[in-house]
Design a protein. Sequence first.
Length: 186
Amino acid sequence: MAEDNRIHVMDEADVHRAIARMAREIVERNGGTEALTLLGIHRRGTDIALLLRDEIERASGDRVAYGSIDITLYRDDLMTIGPAPVVGASDLPQSGIDDRNIVIVDDVLYRGRTARAALDELTDWGRPGRIFLCVLVDRGGRELPIQPDIVGREVPVMENQRVDVLVPALDGRLGVEIAFLDAESQ
């Protein structure tokens, strides 16, 4: 289980099972796929959102609007990440977000600051009918009163640990691991 100070939490099959369950829950909470839009938070949230979209489309036969959010300029720690942060483009679906049911998708929910930043960006784009927060992993430890609506797995970890969601596009495989942080990287 432990390899190079890492603990395996979910393998590819575990992630796919969680995605299938989460996709069903999204459709159920939305009352179908009408007016549904998935927005993945850069970087790994976009990969999780695509897996969810593919699963929903496979199961329902309906096309689902998809986009992505880059929250870099909405971070409350923007000044601490350096003088020239790398800002990616957010990609809003052509259907827009007004009166749509938006599912913000991220890989890990920890303190709640990323989700808050995504909500801030959404208000600049328009006024959704409803917003859901969907995460593959909820690691606990919130600093803000933000809770996910849909969770793949709760993985409580200690302060000296980090949850890593691995996606094929960036890591060559799909899974979830806990990494132990050394004192210097905290």
